[in-house]
Each structure stands twice: as C-alpha cells, then as structure tokens.
Design a protein around this ligand. Sequence first.
Ligand SMILES: Cc1cc2nc3c(=O)[nH]c(=O)nc-3n(C[C@H](O)[C@H](O)[C@H](O)COP(=O)(O)O)c2cc1C
Length: 267
Amino acid sequence: MILYFSATGNTKYVAEMLAKKLGDESLDLIKRIRSNDHSVIRSQKPFVICTPIYVSYIPLFLEEFLRKQKFAGNRKVYFVFTSGGGHSGAAGAAAENIVRRKKMLYMGYVDVKMPNNYMALKFIPAPSDEKIIDMLKESRIQVFRAAHAVAREKRIRARHITQAENAATKALAVFWKRFMQPSKDFHATDKCIGCGKCASVCPLNNIELRDGRPVWKASCAHCMACIGNCPVEAIEYGSKTQKKPKYNIKKYSGKNGAAVRAALKLK
Ligand SMILES: Cc1cc2nc3c(=O)[nH]c(=O)nc-3n(C[C@H](O)[C@H](O)[C@H](O)COP(=O)(O)O)c2cc1C
C-alpha cells in the first residue's frame, strides 16, 4: 500500500504513479493526520510511505504521526522522498528509526527530484514552466526504480547516514520550525472568497475562518498547502510570495500539463 502526505501535489503525483505501476492502492494520510487517527492500516503488500522533504528531514508532524501509526500485514516498509534538490538529507535515518521502533523491516528509500514548492523563502526562485515539465518527466525514472524494488520486495541501497548527522539535521529542523516559520505573515488578500479550502488542507488544523476570512494560528509547518491550493490565489506570505507564481502540480499534470507543453511548444 502506498501512503502519502502531500501539500502541493508533488508527492501525491509520485505516489499515484507508483500505485499504478505496482497495481496497488494509495492512501492520502491528510484526514488521519488532521484528526490524529492512528487506527490500524492493513496491507498484504509492502508499505511505501511517500513524503516531501522539509529542511533535509521528514516533516516533523509526519514523523510524529508515523511514530504513532499502527500497521498490520506485510512487515516491509519503503520510503519515497520528494524534494526540490533531489536529496533527502538525513530523512533516510529518521525513516529507519521510525520503522525499527515498530519492529518492522526498513527496506530503504528513493529520492525523487520535483519542483521546489517552498515559495515563502526569498532566496528560492520559482522554477520555470519548462523546468517543471522537465522534472515531471524525469521523475518517472526514480518512480520506476522504486516500483522495481518494491515489486520484488528487494532492499534499496542508499548512502549511510550517521546518527550524528541525523541528530544535527533534526535539531536544525526543530530550530527552523520554531524560529524561521512564523505564521503571522500569512494573509488573504481581497481576492479571498471565504471558501475555506485553505483551512481544509492544513495538516496542522492551523487555519480558522473568522467572519469568512482565514486566520493563521501559531503552529505552522510552512507546507504551502494553503497558498498552493487556494482556488483564487488569494493567499500571500508577507511580500515574499507576491511576485511568485503560486505552485500546485495540478497546473502541470493531466490536461493542464498538455496545455502548458503546447504553449511551450514541447512534445
Ligand atoms: C517547509 C519546506 C521545506 C523544504 N525543505 C526542502 C529541503 O530541505 N530540501 C529540498 O530539496 N526541498 C525542500 N523543500 C521542497 C519540497 O520538499 C518539494 O517541493 C516537495 O516535492 C513538495 O511536495 P508536495 O508538493 O507533495 O507538498 C521544502 C519545502 C517546504 C514547504
């Protein structure tokens, strides 16, 4: 079974492609994460957990969720990481720790390079349409690699990550969450139609509608789900996102993808 969390669609795209290749089912974890539902997930096939990389680590809220999650059936667990740079930092070690604590079998991970969705950071430029289309095409190679290993229930080799590197990276992720991800700069512009989509996609239940307008509370993972899923692109993060296109993979996949490719005169 393919399990995934995805804020702006990259990881969902990869998870669904993998599920299709494996003839397996995929499960979006968002509802469970939002409601702290850790009831048993059962599968006769290996578990494949797909997640974006945040600050070279597994999103901290997802790490906590997975620690508590109960699994039954197959004992093998793979991970697939999507990230803007194609490198998952110390996430492999975090994944291994989660799996070993459950006395399940850690089978390794695959990195998939996808468009960087972290638009709240000034120094990260938005990728161009050409680059995004290219990356989606390239991502198939890594998904194929993952599918090949999972179908045969074979271990995936990856670089060794020391516990020291893991601890240092986790400390950075905790620091980043505490001091570098304030939610006070999120706001809805006059374009806001009060539909509540932002509140419904927030994995931390951090957005509340007051008088029909979203208000951000303190606990934010900066996942970009609110900005990237707003149907009228009304959400900004201070001035940092104002001149950037609002990223969601939906603009580039399926029929929309064909339209973008046609506009760019790509095959
Ligand atoms: C808070 C945050 C931190 C991120 N940190 C990293 C990082 O350390 N390295 C990297 O390559 N990409 C990083 N990214 C980019 C995402 O991992 C990447 O775009 C991912 O595919 C998004 O997945 P999604 O669309 O399924 O949410 C970060 C994104 C966010 C929102």
